[in-house]
Design a protein around this ligand. Sequence first.
Ligand SMILES: Cc1cc2nc3c(=O)[nH]c(=O)nc-3n(C[C@H](O)[C@H](O)[C@H](O)COP(=O)(O)OP(=O)(O)OC[C@H]3O[C@@H](n4cnc5c(N)ncnc54)[C@H](O)[C@@H]3O)c2cc1C
Length: 403
Amino acid sequence: MRHTHDILIAGGGLVGMATAVALASGGLRVAVVERTPPPSQLAEGFDGRVSAISLGSQKLFAQLGVWERIAALAEPILDIRVSDADSPIFLHYDHREVGDEPFGWIVENRHTRAALFERAKDFANLELLTPASITGIETTSQSAIVTLADGRTLSAPLLIGADGKHSRIRDWAGIKAHTHPYHQTAIVCTIAHTEPHHGLALEKFLPIGPFAVLPMQNNQSSLVWTESHERAEMLISLPDDAFIEEITRRVGTQLGEISLVGGRFKYPLTLVHAESYISQRVALVGDAAHGIHPIAGQGVNLGFRDVAALAEVLVDAKRLGLDIGAQPTLQAYTRWRSFDAMAMVATTDILNRLFSNNVFPLNAARNLGLGLVGKLPGVKRFFMRHAMGMEGDLPRLMRGKRL
Ligand SMILES: Cc1cc2nc3c(=O)[nH]c(=O)nc-3n(C[C@H](O)[C@H](O)[C@H](O)COP(=O)(O)OP(=O)(O)OC[C@H]3O[C@@H](n4cnc5c(N)ncnc54)[C@H](O)[C@@H]3O)c2cc1C
């Protein structure tokens, strides 16, 4: 059968676009179908989040020619401080304990999106179909066939579902998912402050959920502030001065005087984990495979590790003249990614359950744990390298090597 493309990608969010650029750079003919076109995705008010881009993800972007468009806009994370509410015991990670490179960089999602859209334009073998929605799929032993809302059909040996937590591709492919609502909403906003942050990322575990302060450029920081749905609604509708007062109560005085920059965003939090990352002629990446709690700032990094592993498996298969959508190729991908993803799903879920409460034996154990990790250099180093995305069986692109 003649296919329209080598690979179809459903979803042109951060993970879908990174997948497209990686596969196009490996010589595959790729089509991305995305319902929200770039100008809308880049508009103010679309996504107020930043992402902590780990060292591993930075290496991937550097190999793909994306990092050079982000570097000047990225703020390095030099230290991380984790504390349990206002307890005097805290865990301090200093990047110099594991080398010269920062733990990662804080980058506004809109800058990463813009860099990926720009880089995609360099490839004649990458087609971005947008605005366009997928309304159905059909898979056979040879092909994945996608139908768009305007009636067009596309076909390829493989369809990649990068269509986010509420993935329809996952459903249509018959893949079940485990879903667990956290009963928490993350409030996200940007603050400007009069004192410098010195590249320090703060994470405070408050009884209702984590409160993170992430260093950005120009004496600004991004807040990821977890509350119950009801309190989040109430806080978001406060007038500016009362909202800033609530922030100052949590941040303390170390950043000096605080003011708000831009809007307030809210994200209800849910865990979604697909029971399988593949089915006939379909592979899932990013939040479509595993949408996790933002407690460790690792969701999109996990997705970028899927991208690097899947691109390596598919490009190698193509070079060897193998069928890129056949089960043995897809099984190689799922074998590679399952352990890392499962471990991150479990870790973030357990951390959130352990820290987001005020139960006596647990808060005592937490403080003991924080104090203990700080005193065990081997354990601490392991956690630091993990946060940097430099542990485990890393794909070539994340080791700074060509695809
Ligand atoms: C508050 C918060 C803070 C976070 N902070 C961090 C952090 O610091 N570090 C980190 O690593 N991660 C972080 N994350 C996680 C990260 O944001 C997500 O993992 C990431 O955005 C997922 O990207 P994605 O491309 O997989 O999915 P999405 O961003 O959901 O993209 C899916 C795309 O598919 C498109 N689509 C869906 N269905 C269709 C269809 N039928 N047809 C056409 N297009 C379709 C959508 O329009 C969308 O563009 C955070 C998450 C939250 C909620």
